[in-house]
Write a protein that binds this ligand. Structure first.
Ligand SMILES: Cc1ncc(COP(=O)(O)O)c(C=O)c1O
Length: 274
């Protein structure tokens, strides 16, 4: 969907904005469409409305914003999203990527539905890959003004999703109990991981998604790379974030209770031996 939007709305010479640690598919989609990605600096690993607005030029056609963002787990409040929208020229398409919306339990958050419904230049993308656990089915959806839906319908492949994926997607939406259980599990263990890893002396960026970004010191033997090797040897696989301009961090998904406890114990052992 993100690629389709870029293909539909960007041509050579256009610019599209994303933020320093924003989801990496944005620059890939922008470059794939022949346009130029423009990076808006973040503050505290969080997108910043002022720097995004300052990056707008007369060549800007799109802004891609993951809210919450992967891999930082940070999010902007609905007030900030509205301020961003108000500051953008009407010909700039604001793409709100709310892949992790279902996990957010903060009451100042809104995924984008209201803004899409009340404006002509905002779209919201969603996925079945996260809380619904259906990543392998490659299914997502977009809520957008009719004129955008019309354009995307004209350029997408005629059968770009398949029957089994759609059937599973419908079942997943109806399975409210699974979503509630997953959200409750995530909230409990997200808080636990943030606290326990913090107690070990590592900095964890406060997250509203289903993962945490753990920052490591640059001291020899204690780096993110060292930690990754140590954890991997125990079969605990975290995500390196060097490609996200975060070479001193690892992203950890909230796992089962067993996986969460094993990882915290392994991090404790890692810090003790290094
Ligand atoms: C911010 C963000 N947007 C979108 C996606 C897309 O997920 P999918 O292509 O599996 O629907 C991801 C998955 O990693 C993501 O982190």
């Amino acid at each position: 969907m993100l690629h389709l939007l870029a293909q539909a709305y960007l041509v050579d010479g256009d610019q599209a904005i994303y933020t320093t640690h924003g989801f990496l598919i944005y620059p890939i989609a922008i470059l794939g469409a022949g346009a130029t990605p423009v990076v808006a600096p973040e503050k505290n690993y969080t997108a910043d409305v002022d720097t995004i607005l300052a990056a707008v030029t007369n060549k800007t056609k799109m802004v891609f914003l993951a809210n919450p963002n992967n891999p930082t787990g940070t999010a902007l409040s609905f007030d900030e999203i509205k301020r961003l929208h108000r500051g953008l020229p009407g010909n700039v398409l604001l793409v709100l990527d709310a892949a992790y919306a279902e996990y957010v339990v903060r009451n100042d958050y809104e995924s984008g539905i209201e803004l899409v419904a009340t404006s002509e230049n905002v779209v919201m993308c969603r996925t079945f890959s996260k809380i619904h656990g259906l990543a392998a089915l490659r299914l997502g959806w977009m809520f957008a003004p009719a004129h955008v839906v019309d354009v995307i319908n004209r350029i997408r492949g005629p059968f770009n999703t398949n029957g089994p994926a759609i059937a599973a997607g419908i079942a997943a939406i109806e399975d409210v109990e699974h979503q509630e259980r997953s959200r409750a599990h995530n909230t409990r263990w997200l808080n636990w991981l943030t606290e326990e890893i913090g107690k070990l002396g590592l900095t964890v960026t406060p997250s509203v998604a289903n993962f945490v970004l753990i920052h490591f010191p640059q001291t020899k033997g204690r780096t993110a790379e060292d930690a990754d090797a140590f954890l991997s040897a125990r079969g605990l696989i975290l995500r390196q974030t060097t490609a996200y301009k975060l070479p001193n961090a690892l992203r950890m998904s909230v796992g089962t209770e067993e996986a969460n406890r094993l990882t915290v114990a392994a991090l404790s052992d890692f810090l003790a031996q290094s």
